[in-house]
Design a protein around this ligand. Structure first.
Ligand code: GTP
Ligand code: MG
Ligand code: ZN
Length: 421
């Protein structure tokens, strides 16, 4: 009897099974719709047919203008599947992937009906989970994103019997050339992300080797920190945050005044690499509230949000203290590796420790979190493993606990199990 009642309350068994198809979340404009609502770009044009003539694509140009991209004069026509007889439609795995137009020409170019950008080939076949990385200027967003994606591809995927790969060759090349190679091969830090430059999504697929398990499509954005406290910037560039499946909220311990003052004392007169610019982490919460949380039910968001203390390597200089903030045996310095499931024991240890830490060093920030976020957990990571000197990383990059917040998100989204150990 007891087991029966217990069974009723136990969570549905993971892994998640594949449904017939998934709603599409456009990685460009973040609108959500079903796969049968897509439109197609004609594969050819004709001068004798108005419908197929080269023409201006207003929707596409409106989108491009918003992001400061050149407008396109003339482009092939948009074809609506409604105008195509069923026998000329190709449906694979319940998803419309191709049409044959009235001239017998095939097109596989699926477009977003709302912004007319090219959809990724996996759209509709895998859930699109947008993971937003937010945080004030210089907290380490770009470096963390790079270190996380690098780790997902090289170790995490393997630990979960999966593969993690870029969606296409262009994303692969851009990620390597602009992020991974400078950091991991040349030891150079990245330039501060420009508010003016359009941020392209980095789309990756996380596919389990067990085919019955649903794959994920991960969309990462590297937003500019200086825009995080700018309402207009958030409205325009970071509207993906409200459509996110999970948020990684980065906090730089050195941007918290109590810690900054303490560190200054222990580092003495060589503060060298200290960040000059900084916004209070709470200001970021406030702009997030203005731009989307305030419009959600009860003015709270239930998007799972990981609050992540970055640059945890810097906390070494605090640990010698009487243990008021960070104890010598702190979880922060242990690199925990999660395999096959989220190790709940390790997770609770770090979550508890950092939750108390934030509460102690920045009470107003912790209060703001408690008011606006309903599903939270706390982490500490070091994307680099050591503090860079003169904008260069000495030796190899040695990330500490970087994938843990991501694994927690996978658990929250019911892709993987959690187990006590
Ligand atoms: N000690 C230490 N420093 C780090 C780490 N990650 C980043 N940093 C430092 O933080 C600086 C800023 O990192 P970025 O990733 O460029 O910061 P960002 O949040 O993208 O900054 P914006 O693009 O200006 O918003 C780097 O230049 C490093 O000096 C880390 O793991 N450890
Ligand atoms: Mg950046
Ligand atoms: Zn779109």
């Amino acid at each position: 009897m007891f087991d029966f009642i217990k069974g009723l309350f136990e969570k549905k068994p993971v892994p998640k099974e594949r449904p017939a198809f998934y709603d599409i979340v456009c990685p460009f404009c973040f609108e959500k719709y079903t796969p049968d609502e897509v439109v197609f770009r004609a594969a050819h044009h004709r001068e004798d047919d108005e419908d197929y003539a080269l023409q201006e694509d207003e929707l596409l140009n409106r989108y491009r203008e918003k992001f400061g991209l050149d407008s396109i004069d003339e482009i092939e026509a948009i074809l609506h599947p409604d105008s195509i007889p069923d026998e000329n439609k190709v449906v694979v795995d319940n998803v419309l992937v191709e049409i044959i137009d009235r001239y017998g020409r095939v097109t596989k170019k699926r477009m977003c009906p709302k912004c007319h950008n090219d959809l990724p080939i996996t759209a509709g076949k895998a859930p699109s989970n947008i993971i937003s990385i937010v945080g004030a200027s210089q907290v380490g967003k770009s470096v963390y994103m790079t270190s996380l994606i690098h780790t997902l591809q090289n170790t995490t995927a393997n630990n979960f019997n999966a593969a993690c790969m870029p969606l296409n060759a262009e994303i692969s090349r851009k990620f390597r050339d602009n992020y991974e190679a400078p950091l991991f091969e040349r030891g150079d830090l990245l330039d501060s992300t420009q508010k003016e430059k359009r941020q392209e999504p980095f789309i990756f697929q996380f596919v389990f080797k067990d085919e019955s398990q649903a794959p994920l499509m991960l969309v990462f954005f590297d937003v500019a920190g200086e825009g995080m406290v700018d309402r207009d910037y958030l409205d325009l560039y970071a509207s993906h945050v409200k459509n996110s499946a999970g948020i990684l909220f980065l906090v730089d311990p050195l941007q918290i005044k109590t810690i900054r003052d303490k560190m200054m004392i222990s580092i003495g007169d060589a503060p060298g690499e200290f960040t000059a610019r900084y916004d209070e982490p709470r200001d970021v919460v406030i702009t997030l509230f203005e731009s989307f949380i305030g419009h959600q039910q009860k003015s709270k968001t239930d998007i799972p949000t990981a609050f992540i203390l970055t640059k945890s390597d810097m906390l070494h200089s605090l640990k010698e203290e009487d243990g008021e903030y960070i104890k010598t045996n702190s979880n922060v310095f242990n690199n925990v590796v999660h395999r096959q499931h989220l190790n709940l024991t390790e997770f609770e240890n770090i979550n508890g420790e950092i939750r108390r830490f934030i509460q102690k060093v920045d009470r107003p920030f912790k209060d703001a979190i408690d008011v606006y976020f309903t599903n939270t957990a706390y982490f500490a990571v070091s994307a680099l493993g050591s503090n860079p000197i003169n904008q260069r990383i000495g030796g190899v990059v040695n990330p500490i606990r970087v994938d843990e917040p991501f694994i927690w998100l996978l658990h929250q989204l019911e892709y993987i199990e959690g187990r006590e150990e």
